[in-house]
Design a protein around this ligand. Structure first.
Ligand code: GDP
Length: 527
């Protein structure tokens, strides 16, 4: 098969949700359809249990499990589907954001009772930054939840995206009868006891078909006709180009647990979702069918168990064909590397891959040469655009508790932040190091790893910052002036860019008012 065919066969996406909405359950059902697993329950839940938050070794164990599910690949409908796993735990949100740079589209799972939740909003924000196409799956329709129209309004309002239902629920909770597929115009009937992959699909000519009454009863038939008419009146016809541009999100309803509405989702996904897309360097778009191989590292997993000190860098292939045992250019280090055991991680097994294509992800065993965002090429000098950093929410200054081990501490902090465990900011003068994270957990991880891997001892002093803002301006003088005035709240990120550590929302607004020439950004990537 040629490169073009390999590309057009592939679909690489992520499933995202607020914890507990049903991401794991849906993933598992998709894998069942793909024949990647045979029985329900085969996918280890990578969810980090809430009770374990105080015990990060336990969490690491669970994260170890989740390496096995980093990429789940299966064949369906003539396509090779790659699902990139994203951790649900809030403290690992940065991992998820980075993984979203490696997918071409996402499926967003919403709990029909809870609607849009806090994590849903954040994840969507990241999708919107890159115009990632989104399909929404409204889950748990077998439970009482919000009315479908209200949910759709809530999605549009809170997620700032237009929606277009492609299926429509008939009833809900105990009265849930099934879903009418607005796209294909057929009925999928619900049977809560259904455990196998079988469906009762009834084809009806149109909603006026008297069969509808026979199947769902008079009341539901009437409601469905009315609501379907309303849907067609309120929402524009589905436009695939708008979906691909990230402007409109098609919506499906169902129940992942009952394997209901999942196949419709999958079938439509295959039909409309994008094939592997190119990625930008600073100057150009590298297209997937570019003959020369290129790719970037979006995730690094380090095993903190000292008995298994392996590190895996996950590489998303952007263009060309990746081959085992071939030398490739590590652009940042200007050095050539080859990989004897590039690995693909499947649902239940891992295997060495000889070749991989755009859209694929391979795991490269690494001894510390990679950092998040690194580019590998077939000799070209370009770097893919950096992976964005988001403003951390917790800031702490590193205190060196063993002055004899200063070098080890510096090295450890550098490497751990290169891995993406946390963000590093340096305050001048004094070269003070501030670590920023989205969760408390990372500080425990860093402290433990510094001690066990680098022999350094550190503790952390809380800093009362609220946000880290990257700054851009056309007026360098004003920026210099601001930096001088706010010296105690200015730090430099790992690339040497100045950031403003605002102590409160009020002080941030004040800075914005006093310095209209400066733009303050909550992420390191600006449009
Ligand atoms: P995740 O945190 O998003 O991965 O959510 P899980 O897939 O682990 O699901 C969270 C809980 O919701 C589990 O107890 C599931 O059994 C349950 N669940 C998932 N899908 C459904 C559904 O369609 N209906 C009902 N009633 N429960 C569901």
């Amino acid at each position: 098969m040629g490169l073009k065919e390999e590309i057009s066969k592939r679909r690489t996406f992520g499933i995202i949700s607020h914890p507990d909405a049903g991401k794991t359950t849906l993933t598992e059902k998709l894998l069942l359809f793909g024949g990647a697993i045979q029985t329900a329950g085969a996918v280890k839940n990578n969810k980090i249990k809430k009770s374990a938050t105080s015990d990060f070794m336990e969490i690491e164990k669970q994260r170890g499990i989740s390496v096995a599910t980093s990429v789940m690949a299966f064949q369906y409908g003539g396509k090779q589907i790659n699902i990139l796993d994203t951790p649900g735990h809030k403290d690992f949100a940065e991992d998820t954001y980075r993984t979203l740079t490696a997918v071409d589209s996402v499926i967003l799972v919403i709990d029909c009772a809870n609607g849009v939740e806090s994590q849903t909003e954040k994840l969507m924000e990241v999708c919107r930054m890159r115009n990632t196409p989104v399909i929404v799956f409204v889950n748990k329709m077998d439970r009482e939840g919000k009315e479908a129209f209200d949910l759709l309004d809530e999605l549009e309002e809170k997620l700032d995206i237009k929606v277009r239902p492609l299926s429509w629920p008939i009833g809900m909770g105990d009265r849930f009868k099934g879903v009418y597929n607005l796209h294909r115009k057929n009925l999928n009937l619900f049977d809560a006891n259904k455990t196998k992959i079988e469906r009762d699909i009834v084809n009806i000519e149109n909603l006026d078909d008297p069969k509808l009454e026979e199947i769902v009863g008079e009341q539901f038939a009437g409601e469905l006709r009315e609501e379907a008419e309303l849907v067609e009146g309120v929402y524009e016809a589905f436009d695939r180009d708008k979906y691909l541009a990230g402007e409109v999100a098609p919506v499906f309803f169902g129940s992942a647990l009952n394997n209901f509405g999942v196949q419709e989702l999958l079938d439509t996904f295959i039909e409309i979702s994008p094939e592997p897309r190119g990625r930008m360097t600073d100057t150009e778009l590298i297209k997937p069918d570019n003959k020369k191989f290129s790719g970037f590292v979006f995730k690094i997993h380090a095993n903190i168990d000292p008995k298994h000190r392996d590190r895996i860098a996950f590489l998303r292939i952007v263009s060309g064909t990746f081959e085992r045992n071939t030398f490739y250019q590590h652009v940042r280090l200007n050095k050539k590397f080859k990989f004897a055991n590039p690995t693909s991680f499947m649902a239940q097994s891992k295997e060495v891959v000889d070749e991989a294509y755009p859209g694929d992800v391979v795991g490269l065993y690494d001894t510390g040469n990679f950092k998040i965002g690194d580019t590998l090429t077939e000799g070209d000098d370009f770097m893919f655009k950096g992976i964005p950093s988001f403003s951390p929410e917790i800031f702490k200054e590193v205190q060196n508790d063993d002055p004899m081990k200063t070098k080890q501490l510096e090295k450890g902090i550098q490497q751990l932040t290169d891995e993406g465990v946390a963000q590093l900011f340096t305050i001048q003068p004094g070269n003070r190091k501030v670590i920023g994270t989205v969760g408390e957990l990372q500080f425990e991880v860093i402290q433990y790893r510094l001690e066990h891997e680098y022999g350094a001892k550190a503790s952390f002093k809380f800093k009362p910052h609220h946000k880290a803002c990257w700054m851009t301006t056309d007026n360098e003088e004003k920026l210099d002036e601001f930096i001088k005035r706010k010296l105690n709240n200015i730090a430099y990120d790992k690339d040497g860019n100045p950031v403003f550590l605002a102590d409160s929302p009020f002080l941030l607004t004040q800075a914005e008012t006093d310095y209209p020439e400066i733009k303050f950004h909550r992420t390191s990537e600006f449009k």
